[in-house]
Design a protein around this ligand. Structure first.
Ligand code: GLC
Length: 556
């Protein structure tokens, strides 16, 4: 058993491991770096670029899925949990990546997708072949259809990507058969987590990657594994999370209490390994108190704070979400986490340049309201400096350190997110935040790979965001991130505590250890806090005041 004293305190005191202070950088493997020029990023590409992450100053990387997959949902449809898709390399490449990351002082977190497999998984193929009532079908959620011919789905649930959450299968004898549940794409059948075989299989998958040396797992759709037993009708369209802050009745497919037992068992497995291996919940659950249940001392270590990601850029909204988030996680002794962008949402450099208030658009395309680029970047930089001064752990999404915007004019023909088709072309989906990132302004595919190939087209404006245009350039977004990460570490900002100095309608200010942090949301410039200006998201004005949409860090 692990005797490391820095594990989360089982008696309810605050946790203190590496992960409580970490800045964790999300790599979306298909879009980070392409070593072989096929237009899709890969593991050797990532390994070759780890130096960038060490220089940036993050503590850990989280890799989105790289497992064998038909790529119906960009790899979140896993056909084999113990291998690497040839698109991304081989298992040895994963080992090499883990070893090189460790040599550079970076932890590695991999993605685990337990809610569903791919329809190409051997289990699902066996379920189709074996027919109704078989133990093979009992690993998934198969039901007879309604109506005299069984041609109506078993209930009214909708898929997150649009359309019904059920698909009817053809039986081995060629006749229409039962229906299977898929909360996401048809290529992602939901597993039946009441089945002990499913539970055992995932304990084994955890061990497989722990034995290979990973430092943790980001758990996909962690709130979805258990469904209400009666599969009651719900009658609501499905969304990952809308940003709606009012409390609603809990849907029968999300956040069921029994899900916590699964994570308690997983936690026991992780704790039996040396080091501090962590579980991170991707759980689109509101309110914050409900989310905090996932990070109780004997469950997961962290959960993504999507309420923070979704909060509007106003002083009252930011104050409310920061306060609520800290209170909720403090209540269970877990670190609060902060996140502004990921592979499922419009990048914050664009989201904050939209004039619409609240919620979030599911993608932006030609014909949609276009973000104001300069305003979006200015606010994104201010939001980032606000976030990186907060106590807890923070998540960054690849490219945000370059100030990268969403690709908001991606041709619809190029779209690959199943959301676009399944929503009947009403929701553009997530491709705009997944475009391969620019490293060198003048190289083919902006340095993403050795050729011009890129699985999603890169816009011409990528050149100005390229790393080589920003590295060593004072005031660039990249250098702003580097400085912030260095100061965050030097001043122990992750440890807090946070003490509010001002929480009005225009200005937020707080103290965190030696620093006073001020963010100006108002229309007029304000004086900075007294002391030495250490960092700011944009220059002060000619009178030495903090302009609108600027955050400053001052040493008192
Ligand atoms: C999570 C992933 C998302 C994926 C979905 C289904 O929300 O972040 O990209 O489409 O789960 O696996």
């Amino acid at each position: 058993m692990n005797t490391d004293a820095t594990q989360q305190d089982q008696s309810g005191g605050p946790a203190t491991g590496w992960w409580t202070e970490a800045v964790i950088y999300q790599i979306y493997p298909r879009s980070f770096a392409d070593s072989d020029g096929d237009g899709i990023g890969d593991l050797p590409g990532i390994t070759a670029r780890l130096g960038h992450l060490a220089e940036l100053g993050v503590d850990a990387v989280w890799l989105s899925p790289f497992y064998p997959s038909p790529q119906a949902d960009a790899g979140y449809d896993v056909a084999d949990y113990r291998d690497v898709d040839p698109l991304f390399g081989r298992l040895e490449d994963a080992d090499k990546l883990i070893a090189e990351a460790r040599a550079k002082g970076l932890k590695v977190i991999v993605d685990l997708v337990p809610n569903h497999t791919s329809s190409a998984h051997t289990w699902f193929r066996a379920a189709l072949a074996a027919g109704p009532g078989s133990p093979e079908r009992a690993r998934y959620v198969f039901r007879d259809g309604l109506g005299p011919d069984g041609d109506q789905p078993p209930n009214d649930w909708q898929s997150v990507f649009g359309g019904p959450a059920w698909t009817r299968v053809t039986d081995p004898d060629g006749r229409p058969g039962q229906w299977y549940l898929h909360l996401f794409d048809t290529g992602q059948p939901d597993l039946n987590w009441d089945n002990p075989e499913v539970q055992t299989e995932f304990l084994d998958v955890l061990r497989f990657w722990l034995d290979r040396g990973v430092d943790g797992f980001r758990v996909d759709v962690a709130h979805g594994l258990i469904k209400q037993a009666d599969l009651a009708n719900w009658q609501e369209p499905q969304e990952i999370l809308s940003g709606n802050e009012v409390e609603k009745p809990r849907p029968p497919m999300w956040d069921q209490d029994a899900v916590h037992e699964i994570y308690r068992e997983w936690r026991r497995v992780l704790d039996s390994y040396d080091g501090e291996r962590i579980l991170v919940a991707e759980a689109w659950v509101e309110p914050a108190e409900r989310l905090a249940r996932y990070v109780r001392p004997d469950e997961m270590h962290q959960a993504f704070n999507f309420e923070y990601l979704l909060a509007s850029w106003t002083a009252p909204a930011q104050y409310a979400v920061i306060t609520r988030s800290l209170e909720a996680t403090d209540g269970v002794g877990a670190p609060t986490t902060w996140v502004l962008s990921n592979h499922d949402v419009v990048r914050h450099a664009s989201r904050l340049g939209l004039t619409i208030g609240g919620g979030r658009p599911n993608g932006i395309g030609i014909g949609d309201q276009q973000p104001e680029a300069a305003l979006g970047l200015r606010r994104a930089r201010a939001a980032t400096l606000l976030m990186l001064a907060l106590p807890g752990s923070a998540y960054l999404y690849q490219g945000e350190e370059l100030g990268l915007p969403e690709h908001t004019t991606l041709p619809d023909e190029a779209r690959q997110d199943p959301t676009w088709e399944r929503s009947g072309h009403t929701q553009r989906g997530r491709d705009g935040c997944r475009v391969p990132i620019p490293w060198e302004a003048d190289a083919p595919s902006y340095g993403f790979g050795p050729t011009d190939a890129s699985w999603l087209p890169q816009p011409p404006l990528w050149a100005e965001y390229a790393l080589d245009r920003q590295r060593g350039v004072a005031g660039s977004t990249y250098e702003m991130y580097r400085t912030a990460l260095r100061l965050r570490r030097e001043h122990g900002l992750a440890r807090g505590p946070l003490e509010w100095l001002s929480s009005g309608d225009e200005v937020l200010a707080f103290r965190n250890r030696a620093l006073t942090v001020l963010a100006n949301f108002g229309d007029t410039a304000v004086p900075p806090p007294v002391g030495e200006l250490l960092h700011s998201s944009a220059p002060l004005d000619a009178d030495g005041r903090v302009p609108t949409d600027v955050t400053v860090w001052v040493r008192a």
